[in-house]
Structure formats: structure tokens, C-alpha cells
Design a protein around this ligand. Sequence first.
Ligand SMILES: [Zn+2]
Length: 328
Amino acid sequence: MKSLLLLALGLARTVVLGARIEAERIVVSVRPYKREQRRCPVCGRACDFYDMANRGAPRLWRAMDLARSACYLEYAPCRVRCPEHGVRTEAVPWARHGARFTRDFEDWVAWLAVRCTASAVSELARVEWHSVGGVCRRVYAELEAARGASRFDGVRRIGIDETSYKKGHKYVTVVVDHDRGCLIWAHEGTGKDVLNLFLDELTREQRRAIEVVTADGARWIRQLVKRRCPNARWVMDPFHVVQWMNDALDAVRCEEWNAARAAARAARPRPEGKRGRPAKGELPPEEVRALEEEAASIKGSRYALVKNPEDLTDGQRARLEALKKRAG
Ligand SMILES: [Zn+2]
């Protein structure tokens, strides 16, 4: 039974002491090998015993589920006194420092987190969604330490953008590395102070190594980048240029639509219209219809105007031709 649990839970340098079922979950009590006990969680060196952490009460670590049951490892760690790091709760071989999940469980959650939404991960793994961030931080820190390089090393061309999520209720600042095509930093909130947090994380050399920064047209971003990344060229990001162009085009289209609609309305006969000669401004029905059609075609031309020519549908192409003809 114990060796089965050791295998199923993939535990290394650990002894299984027993297992029990408790409120529909499986609790496996474990301890590190004797030579793995009393180790500093930061540097890993063997240290002197200080006292029992949490007054000797056992602590639980969530492990991978055993079939459909949630599984926990149980152990009462002690505190050690490291000559370098002071009094700390001892390291355990099955979990990262400060984690309440086992290493395997965290690896699994982090793998999911880069592929699914936080809410999907939280539902599938049965963890609080706000603990997913901590899991990812620990896994990432370990990967980065193993690689021996900071994710900001060698970054030359970056993009800065402020965007919203939760239907525009929350804002976030993101920084991407254009060369590697990946996100390298993100933080809740927008503005100078948030961007400064990113720049503070870079070393002086890393800031000087940045050659190009793309961003929207905000003057404060430009000034901040100029001050803190002296070798960077500031480039307006084409996404925003195209967005502004589209907005401007759409404003003109709306004006034209309103004008055409007003013209059609003015030309339409009044409902109780008299027989005989049309009143001033009234036009024969076929001309009114032409005006109404014109208004409708401007209304429907939004996508015909902004699409790439090769992506136009036949209807959109015809609409665009008609607009061109009208504009002369
Ligand atoms: Zn230490």
C-alpha cells in the first residue's frame, strides 16, 4: 500500500507513514528522508533544529488527485536556524518553498494556466483561481533559475500596451518582446507608475540594451522611455495608427450617412400629402427611393471601407464601387 502511494504520487526522498480517508479526501502522512530533514528552504543546507513550526500541528499539501478523490500530503515541519537565512520553516522534498501544493500539482496547474483561462484551470484543478498566479510564479522562477538567465536578458525590441479586461472594467499594462513574440511582463493598472515598475525590474544594462519601443501615441510613455532607456527609439505602434485611421473614417461615414438620411427624409412626401403638385423640396417617389437607397448603402459600408481589398465580398466590392462613383 505504501509503495503503491509512493509510486502513484511520484514522491522522491520521502517516506509514506500511512493514509486515511477524511471527508471524501485522501490524506497521506509522509516525512522526508532523515538526511533531507532540517534543511534551509532557501539554500538547502542542513541546519540546526529551532522549534516545531505551527506548534507542531501538521500541515497539508494538496497533491495530484488519486482518481476522483482530492489527495493531501500531511507532515508537521520544524523550523531551522540557517546561519545565512535565519529561522525558517524547513524545506520538504515534495513542495516548493512557501507552497501549499506539491511540486507535481503545481507543474500541472502551471501547464494548464498557459493554455486555458484562469477560471477553467480553477474549476478543473479545484483550486481557488487567485492561487493560480502564485503557482505560476513559483514554477516560472524555478524554470528561470534553471536556465540561468533572466527573461529580460537579450531583450532589444519591446512593445508596451495598455488594455482592458473584464469587459473594460479592469486595466492592465503589458510588455511584449517583439523578437521572441511573447509576453514578458504584465501588471494590473495603467499609467506612469505601473510602467516604472517594469523599468525598475530591469538592470541598467538591460535598459540600455533596449533599441526599439513600440507604443501608442501617449506622450508620457515616450518621455518615460526616453529618460529610462536612453538608447531606445520610440516607434508608434501600427495597430494604433490603423485604429485611429479606422475611427476617423468611420466618423466621416456617419456624417455622410446622417446627411443622406436627412436629404431622403426632406424629399419624402408628408403622410397627409396633398394631391397634385409636390410641395417645395418634395421629389417624385423614384427619386426619394434613390436617396433612401443611397443612405442605406452608406450605412452598410462600414466593413467595405476598412477591409483589405482582397478580402471583400462581392456585395462589399459593389458597394465600394458605388461610393467611389458617387464621390466622383
Ligand atoms: Zn539558508
